[in-house]
Design a binder for this molecule. Structure first.
Ligand SMILES: Nc1ncnc2c1ncn2[C@@H]1O[C@H](COP(=O)(O)OP(=O)(O)O)[C@@H](O)[C@H]1O
Ligand SMILES: [Mg+2]
Length: 292
């Protein structure tokens, strides 16, 4: 069998772990960078990535779709959907990748599944956004298609400038009540789910003076023992978004755990560093079990 692994950085730990996992189980794979994607329409429909005919593959594993401009993300999503419609198996399913990438869509999916989630407002209106910040005292603003803890801001009613800036930049703001971590220092819990099972969980402890705990923002991975509540919430959130593998971010509050978001293209490095658990190998085994 021959798979494509969609990834931007050829040194990415997770992409390499998936490739090595597939190889150990006897399946070939090649990295494809979606910055080298071409769809030709007419006389037939052809989709090529890095010069490879994508429909000639046995499946695609999406680790990281990448993006460079403001329009190409829609093209990359649409290309995945077209490939799936033409019969190519894709993990995660394109619809789940899109739902996870769009924080508004994720919030709706979590709400429908009655999963505890911070109070959230998504709006194009400055007045509605200001009212939300005043009601909650403090609110977190996140880019609608944000990732890696980038572009987050803590908003307070006395300083409307960052809110104005965020709204002017994107035309829409995604705001959430700021949840004080019930732990001694701000941290969240990242749960790695593969094929309907929890592979492992880590605390991500925010660096001193920060409340943003992503590893790429200086957060430190530490072992987080699994509890029934962690497993149950992570599996339900994964199911609500429709991912086959995911990273579910939880925050510990005085009212219990809440799900912040579900990542449809998560890094497995933190769980590996803390526990030695190879999520890439588990993803490879799961894919071959489904398709082999
Ligand atoms: N509502 C919130 N209250 C407190 N901290 C938050 C909140 N939302 C996010 N954070 C912190 O910011 C980090 C990044 O937020 P997240 O929603 O996971 O976006 P990203 O897609 O950028 O990872 C979280 O891991 C957490 O540490
Ligand atoms: Mg996150």
């Amino acid at each position: 069998m021959r798979f494509g692994i969609v990834v931007t950085d050829p040194d990415d730990w997770t992409a390499r772990a998936i490739r090595d996992g597939l190889s150990k189980l006897g399946a070939e794979s090649a990295f494809l960078n979606f910055s080298q994607l071409a769809a030709r329409i007419g006389p037939d429909l052809r989709l090529r990535g890095n010069g490879t005919d994508l429909l000639g593959l046995d499946g695609l594993v999406v680790r990281d779709l990448g993006r460079t401009g403001s329009h190409d993300i829609a093209f990359r999503f649409e290309a995945l959907s077209a490939l799936q419609a033409l019969g190519l198996p894709i993990v995660n399913p394109p619809s789940a990748i899109q739902r996870a990438a769009n924080k508004f869509a994720t919030s709706i999916a979590l709400h429908k599944a009655e999963i505890p989630h911070p109070r959230t407002l998504v709006t194009t209106s400055f007045e509605a956004a200001s009212e939300f910040v005043s009601d909650h005292g403090r609110a977190v603003s996140k880019p609608l298609f944000g990732y890696k803890g980038r572009g987050l801001a803590l908003l307070t009613p006395d300083d409307p400038a960052p809110l104005r800036e965020a709204l002017a930049k994107s035309g829409v703001v995604y705001l959430q009540e700021f949840l004080e971590s019930a732990a001694l220092s701000p941290r969240d819990i990242r749960v790695f789910v593969v094929g309907g099972r929890v592979a492992g969980a880590i605390y991500r402890v925010a660096p001193p003076g920060s409340w943003i705990s992503n590893l790429s923002q200086g957060g430190a991975p530490e072992r987080c023992p699994l509890t029934g509540e962690i497993e149950d919430l992570a599996l339900r959130a994964n199911g609500a978004v429709g991912t086959v593998y995911s990273g579910v971010d939880l925050i510990e509050t005085v009212e219990g755990l809440k799900v912040l978001e579900v990542n449809g293209t998560p890094s497995g490095l933190g769980v590996y560093l803390a526990w030695g658990i190879d999520a890439g190998e588990m993803i490879a085994a799961h894919i071959l079990e489904r398709l082999g």
